[in-house]
Design a binder for this molecule. Structure first.
Ligand SMILES: [Zn+2]
Length: 152
């Protein structure tokens, strides 16, 4: 599962994606957790949508950076995603997407690359398929279902 820990994700596309994730982190509204997160989502059409976490005094209404980026993209007509970069202020290790964000991303395909980025721009790559095994996806709703129940 642990694909790479590299400083050398050097393509211009990735460096721009990482840069935008770092910038998005600075817009985080996190007065309760003080835990800033930024995300940058690359579509297959080459657009980048950013997101930050947006907390709320009614805590359950808070939204993660990744879901903010997805909502912005989808509301702009984009539903096909290639990569997402996610960063926080954590100095040791990386910050992965929460379960809700993994499921939200899975709605749009499991082959997306997920880059976790440290504050000093080290990165680790996974696929969404790695991070959400046995995912529940829109295809599950198309599967035949039993017409009977066994009640014990
Ligand atoms: Zn999340």
């Amino acid at each position: 599962m642990d694909k790479q820990i590299v400083n050398g994700f050097s393509s211009n596309e990735l460096q721009e994606l990482f840069h935008k994730a770092h910038l998005a982190k600075h817009r985080a509204h996190c007065p309760y957790s003080q835990f800033r997160v930024g995300a940058a989502l690359l579509t297959t059409t080459g657009k980048i949508y950013t997101g930050c976490n947006v907390e709320n005094a009614a805590y359950p209404l808070s939204t993660c950076a990744e879901r903010t980026a997805v909502v912005k993209a989808v509301s702009d007509g984009e539903k096909s995603f290639k990569k997402i970069a996610i960063t926080s202020d954590v100095e040791i290790g990386f910050t992965g997407p929460c379960g809700s964000c993994r499921q939200t991303l899975a709605e749009f395909g499991l082959d997306m690359d997920i880059y976790l980025i440290s504050p000093n721009n080290e990165a680790k790559m996974y696929t969404l398929r790695d991070l959400l095994p046995i995912a529940f996806t829109p295809q599950d709703l198309q599967k035949p279902r039993a017409s009977h129940d066994i009640i014990l």
